[in-house]
Write a protein that binds this ligand. Structure first.
Ligand SMILES: *Cc1c(COP(=O)(O)O)cnc(C)c1O
Length: 479
């Protein structure tokens, strides 16, 4: 990656916020003022709501930048220690806007894209082509050509047919396409543990495990197919093992498999690929009790594993790259809602005959958004944390469930959270750590308009993506 901006004072620790900060899972700029109102980077929740309306995604710019620096700093330090370099790409699918792409670039990160649309946002932001990667298991010819025309630094190819297609398209443009081959290592991670299976039943990548007839693995076959095409330059091997990973041993296991494959390819073809990318997936805190993965120890462990395996295999060290998305933008964002209907519901615990379980009351707190602005609770059963942020209440906390306004009982924003017993219509409520996969997975279900993305820095807020209007929706409808 050629274009990077050097950042002074690079720090390898995640930002935690100073005195008065609410702490994780909130961004480092979130504090409760003495009068009880919560502020983000100096801007009060009330002012944010008054100026931008609710619901709104609020991004703490300094926190995003600090996390980008922390990942870059930690991995650069660890890999420098073992004698090689590292590139950090921000995975744009977590949240990509023109400003966000610029922040990533200014902090010395590249930008990974997974579609022509994401590529267009990165290019609009002025991200140099060389610092952009293009992913996807089903890229269109148009997307590949757009990437070639932009001079992207790497196209991560995902199948044999795609290798031939990218080769043909590069030939048609008279260019050589820089490619990495995405492989599946059998290592899957996510949540608290990783599992290892020989054969993969999923759409991404090419397996390192030979098929039933033995012989060459699909991954090795694909690498050889790239080597055979003069229109393709084989940069390296790519592996992405999962998301929201809290047990870093999966990264080490995947590194081992990829480095073995690299050595096998070198032995068969004499080509030793220069780069190994281990993807993203670094886990964050969603709840106050969660422990995020800290970049420095992960970087040290992965670097140590890479050094050890390369030394065992007798191969020189590769250049390394990673692609954090959630870990950079997730904690930097929160969603600000206004409370509407509040309804106590008496719940009889499931189990029919068991008479020892007492009925209890759950307070259903409805907000002015829901599954259209955060699909993750409905899609993955994801847990979030919420607080009333417009005032401090001394009412006793009650068990609450934050729900949206959609026509669906699964429209849950926060499954379970303690909120002040006097939570009421008009209260401002914020949900923490919604920066990643919130806006980027948002929909218009029930013809709700998607909320704006508002950045806050040093006491000022500005709109990065404006709120959709019903006119926007009607403009698409051809009647
Ligand atoms: C989703 C994805 C990432 C980012 O994952 P996070 O969990 O957001 O860090 C990185 N690389 C690839 C190939 C991905 O598909």
């Amino acid at each position: 990656m050629s274009a990077r901006v050097d950042v002074d004072g690079t720090t390898a620790a995640l930002p935690t916020g100073g005195p008065g900060a609410l702490g994780a899972p909130w961004s480092s700029g979130v504090r409760r003022r003495p009068d009880g109102e919560v502020e983000v980077a100096g801007v009060g929740a009330g002012d944010l709501a008054a100026e931008h309306g609710t619901p709104a995604y609020v991004l703490d710019e300094a926190d995003f930048r600090a996390r980008a620096r922390a990942y870059r700093g930690a991995f650069e330090a660890a890999f420098e220690q073992i004698g090689t370099g590292v590139d950090v790409y921000y995975a744009g699918k977590a949240l990509l806007t023109v400003a966000v792409a610029r922040w990533a670039t200014q902090e010395g990160l590249g930008v990974d894209t997974a579609s022509g649309g994401e590529l267009a946002v990165a290019l609009r932001a002025g991200v140099p082509g060389a610092a952009i990667g293009l992913h996807g298991n089903n890229k269109s010819d148009g997307e590949v050509l757009a990437a070639l025309d932009a001079g992207v630094g790497r196209i991560i190819v995902d199948s044999l047919v795609e290798i031939e297609r990218v080769g043909d398209l590069a030939a048609s443009r008279g260019v050589v396409a820089p490619v990495m081959v995405r492989v599946t290592t059998g290592v899957h991670a996510g949540g608290h543990e990783y599992i290892s299976t020989a054969h993969e039943d999923q759409k991404f990548g090419l397996s390192v495990t030979p098929g039933p007839d033995g012989g060459t693995s699909p991954a090795l076959g694909a690498l050889e197919a790239v080597v055979a095409r003069p229109e393709l330059e084989l940069l390296g091997i790519h592996s992405h093992i999962g998301s929201q990973i809290l047990d870093p041993s999966g990264f080490e296991a995947a590194a081992r498999v990829v480095l073995q494959l690299r050595a096998d390819l070198a032995e068969r073809t004499g080509v030793l690929v220069e780069e190994v990318d281990l993807g993203g997936g670094y886990g964050i805190a969603y709840l106050p009790a969660d422990e995020a993965l800290e970049p420095a120890p992960v970087a040290r462990d992965v670097a140590a594993a890479v050094a050890a395996v390369c030394s065992e295999l007798g191969t020189p060290l590769p250049r390394f790259s990673i692609e954090p998305g959630r870990a950079v933008v997730g904690p930097a964002g929160m969603t600000l809602y206004t409370v509407g209907t509040v309804k106590p519901v008496t719940v009889s615990p499931a189990g029919g005959g068991s008479s020892d379980a007492e009925p209890f009351t759950r307070l259903y707190v409805s907000v002015d958004g829901g599954m259209s602005d955060n699909i993750r609770p409905a899609l993955y059963g994801a847990d979030y944390h919420a607080e009333v942020v417009g005032r401090l209440s001394d009412a006793a906390p009650v068990l609450a469930r934050v729900v949206g306004k959609h026509c669906e009982s699964g429209d849950i924003v926060v499954h379970e959270v303690l909120l002040p017993g006097d939570v009421r219509a008009g209260d401002l409520l914020a949900v923490a750590a919604t920066g990643a996969y919130g806006r980027s997975m948002a929909s218009n279900y029930n013809a709700l308009t998607r909320p704006p993305v508002v950045a806050v820095a040093e006491g000022d807020s500005r709109v990065l993506v404006r709120r959709e209007t019903v006119e926007d929706l009607l403009a698409l409808d051809q009647g």
